[in-house]
Design a protein around this ligand. Structure first.
Ligand code: ZN
Length: 185
């Protein structure tokens, strides 16, 4: 039945369909390849600067926490700004380089605190609040950036790029300033 249906389509039409669809696929493939190579170039251009920033700020905040980690990787994930694994590996998106300094610091503190609390429970947020007391606002700001596609696109706006300048280290906050809301990144 299937065989009969297939052979009943005129041969010329099959050829036309294949020709146009293969052209469409080729164009899509070219477009994807072009986008992928721009994304890779952007990532390769900035990842070492991101690595330096992450290591500097991890060292800075860890003078307070004193945690140990296995390794730090700078990646180009599609959706996340950072992550921490049960093997004590910290991963960060190179795009944190383009965030305002207080948001970069929040992400670094957030992942650092997962070394002690690999969850988003009460104890975790108390640890985060020690070095990022305004974390509730930071989470809201990051969500707004995500909604605009900031964490997912390769190229950031000129306004976002201005944050490439190295951040001045803020003073470590007092440990009793703990906020009550419990957002997650
Ligand atoms: Zn988290």
């Amino acid at each position: 039945m299937w065989y009969l249906a297939l052979v009943s389509i005129p041969h010329k039409n099959i050829l036309c369909y294949n020709k146009s669809s293969s052209m469409w696929f080729r164009k899509q493939k070219q477009r994807r390849r072009k986008t992928r190579s721009s994304v890779t170039t952007h990532y390769c251009t900035h990842k070492e600067a991101a690595r330096r920033l992450v290591h500097d700020r991890l060292a800075y905040f860890n003078t307070h926490y004193g945690f140990t980690w296995n390794r730090v990787a700078i990646r180009n994930p599609r959706r996340s700004w950072g992550s921490c694994t049960s093997l004590r590996n910290l991963n960060f998106s190179y795009k944190i380089l383009f965030l305002p300094p207080h948001l970069r610091d929040y992400i670094i503190v957030h992942e650092l605190c997962h070394l002690a609390e690999l969850n988003h429970g009460e104890a975790f947020w108390q640890l985060v609040a020690l070095c990022a007391p305004a974390y509730v606002e930071h989470v809201a700001e990051l969500r707004a950036i995500d909604r605009r596609g900031g964490g997912k696109v390769a190229y950031l706006t000129a306004a976002e790029a201005q944050y490439l300048a190295p951040a001045r280290a803020p003073a470590l906050p007092r440990s009793d300033r703990v906020q009550s809301a419990r957002p997650s990144l």
